[in-house]
Design a protein around this ligand. Structure first.
Ligand SMILES: Cc1cc2nc3c(=O)[nH]c(=O)nc-3n(C[C@H](O)[C@H](O)[C@H](O)COP(=O)(O)OP(=O)(O)OC[C@H]3O[C@@H](n4cnc5c(N)ncnc54)[C@H](O)[C@@H]3O)c2cc1C
Length: 420
């Protein structure tokens, strides 16, 4: 069986391993940290990613771990409603959207790999690779090596494998926005499964529940985002840097709108993590022979439109399908890149231009002190178009997603070529 080395046991690498196994390959995961722990806070899995995980047999585990998101609302910095839309099943998708704890999702995927007999090893930090016409060998910091027929670099934003494709690339791009991230146990708000995006480009607050509790409270994930002076620079990105909330709380003191108490949420958090909002420029190529990139290693993007993890899941499934249908490793990896690199490059650039959040910025620019009549500031058509365009770009237009064929590899594998 074709042995495939997957470097990185994050969401992208683990879903790649599960997808490759389902497509008839023998993946092995090498994770750099010595011990897997449920790190991070909330992320969202959009219905296109949930479809892929459902087809991998993980629907029940997801439903037991995440909150099925019911609604998305955009509100101004004054708490005024700009846009509300149904999400997930309520929006007519055949699959839910989940707001979920990133670390718990990673553990769930890790355990699924273990249960399915996929070798997953922690403490194996990859430092580089060498390939020949017939094989690729990964080198690890502990002095060991592993050889397979393909190598997938799913090792995140500081990818050692990406360095091969972008030597001297340097640190990720930072334009001065900082994300402060935390969870707070507080009373559920609105539908109990609503995501709210509030504010504007220079000061935003994103909030959604990731766990509902029987007593009417919820574990609420929130992200406060503000622009600071980018000329000061930023130390290496670390998802787990803990900071004092006094750095940003004063700017949110007036954001208590009754139905949502932003300063209360900030005060109620046990600990606050800080992360610079960074991405990298799209690469001109991410495949070389038997080696390719996936997820954040391939296309780290701003966490706008709640799509980073979902795109890694799509990469993983498309990779497995392309490899199986091509019947040849190098051709399969090229087919994978041909579909996924342009799609994710467009999304990375769209997110730099604020993605669907552009409506917050437009309303703020046109009516910084609030509005009496929303549609004298922004038309319904503009709001509808912005939301629909982004869904199409990111691959979760409801009709297209519901109607498209499955990406599971059909029995007999190579019978057909994948349709994009
Ligand atoms: C600790 C952590 C916390 C995060 N928290 C959040 C969050 O709260 N909200 C959010 O939106 N996104 C968060 N992210 C990012 C989010 O998980 C990704 O954007 C998305 O899921 C895509 O996943 P990925 O698997 O491509 O990359 P990642 O999730 O970054 O996973 C990459 C994996 O590769 C491992 N790795 C790195 N270098 C090597 C190496 N040389 N050899 C072997 N393994 C290596 C890393 O330890 C990691 O497990 C977090 C990422 C990490 C690593």
């Amino acid at each position: 069986m074709t042995r495939i080395l997957v470097i990185g046991g994050g969401i992208g690498g683990l879903v790649a391993a599960l997808s490759l196994q389902a497509a008839g390959f023998a993946p092995e995961v090498f994770e750099g940290v010595p011990e897997i722990r449920p790190l991070g806070v909330g992320i969202n899995l959009q219905p296109h990613a949930v479809r892929e995980l459902t087809e991998l047999g993980l629907a029940e585990e997801l439903a037991a771990t995440g909150v099925a998101t019911r609604e998305l609302r955009y509100v101004s910095a004054h708490g005024q409603l700009i846009w509300a839309e149904d999400r997930g099943l309520a929006a007519g998708y055949k699959w839910p959207q989940y707001s979920i704890h990133r670390g718990r999702l990673q553990m769930l995927l890790w355990e699924a790999c273990v249960k399915r007999g996929i070798p997953v090893a922690a403490g194996r930090r990859c430092t580089g690779f060498a390939q020949s016409a017939s094989a690729v060998t990964a080198r690890f910091a502990d002095g060991t090596e592993a050889t397979g027929e393909a190598l997938i670099g799913a090792d995140g934003i500081h990818s050692a494998i990406r360095a091969h494709f972008a030597p001297g690339e340097g640190p990720p791009c930072w334009q001065g926005a900082i994300l402060w991230r935390a969870t707070t146990v507080a009373p559920a708000f609105l539908t109990g499964a609503t995501m709210v995006q509030a504010g504007h480009h220079d000061q935003k607050f994103v909030v959604y529940p990731i766990e509902r509790r029987a007593d009417g409270t919820a574990l609420i994930n929130w992200i406060a985002e503000m622009k600071v002076d980018a000329s000061q620079g930023f130390a290496r990105e670390d998802w787990n840097r803990e900071v004092d909330r006094g750095r940003f709380l004063p700017a949110y003191e007036s954001w208590n709108w009754g139905w949502l108490d932003v300063p209360g949420l900030i005060r109620g958090a046990e600990r606050v993590l800080e992360y610079p909002m960074v991405d990298r420029d799209p690469l001109p190529a991410w495949t070389d022979g038997r080696v390719t990139l996936l997820g954040d290693a391939a296309h780290p993007m701003y966490p706008i439109g709640s799509n980073g993890a979902s795109q890694a899941v799509l990469d993983a499934r498309w990779l497995a399908r392309s490899l199986a249908l091509a019947g040849d490793v190098a051709r399969g990896l090229r087919d994978y890149e041909a579909a996924r690199r342009p799609a994710t490059a467009k999304l990375t650039l769209a997110n730099r231009d604020l993605g669907p959040d552009i409506i917050l910025e437009e309303v703020h620019r046109r009516a910084p002190d609030g509005f009496a009549d929303l549609h004298s500031v922004i038309s319904r058509e503009e709001l509808e178009e912005t939301a629909a365009n982004y869904k199409r770009l990111a691959g979760f237009d409801p009709r297209l997603l519901n109607e498209r064929e499955s990406w599971s590899v059909p029995p007999g594998g190579r019978a057909g070529r994948p349709a994009a």
